[in-house]
Design a protein around this ligand. Sequence first.
Ligand SMILES: [Zn+2]
Length: 240
Amino acid sequence: MSISASFNPNDFQRLIENHGYNAYWSKAIVCECLENGQPDMHCEYCQGKGWRYLPREHVKLVSTSFTGKQELIVPGLKEPGTVYVTPEIEIIMGYYDKIEFYEIDARHSQVIKMGIEETTATFRPINDLNFVLAGDYVYTETVDFIVTADKHHLKWINPETKPKKGTKISILYLTSPEYLVVDMNHELRSTRVSKGTVNPYTAKMPNQYQLRRIDFVYGHTVNAKREEIKIAESEGLSYD
Ligand SMILES: [Zn+2]
């Protein structure tokens, strides 16, 4: 089915409403430190990233592929950490915007270092801690340490098991994944609507964006809601 014949903005909005992910969206704005395409590594505003972010907004979006099927990884384009999404029709995303899928659990592992009472910060907020290891010693949450309120540090509560300052600690945890917009597919898409109308007009089509995960991951799980998505209901949302 061709999108121009079948596309109906109301159907699309309903698809998003019923099957979309809830996510946080932060618009990227280029930092004033950028000169000749290079950010200032010591910039106090962007910490050398070249981009700053506007306050996050709530959006709903569906995961889409070029064939119109909803899936997380597109066969043939299996670049790790890449997904294609389509947000609500009125949303226009830009290069390097950030999208955080706060309903999804992703597993992340990293090394942190012990400070005086707390460890250094984790890369992503800890939603659920799986394993904490230093050498051959396995530490236990609420017995040896607690996760701080900001979800980024382990704070030791057991003085007898407290690692020495500078000790390297391996941790494995669940967090919500964060992505960057890396490409705007079909940005110039619109369709001529003439069927059933006296005056044909040009309707804007939903935008598809390519996202890439900010961090490398070892595996991820998606919530039960994601599993329920029926491909049949995406009929009419096809990209050609
Ligand atoms: Zn800067």
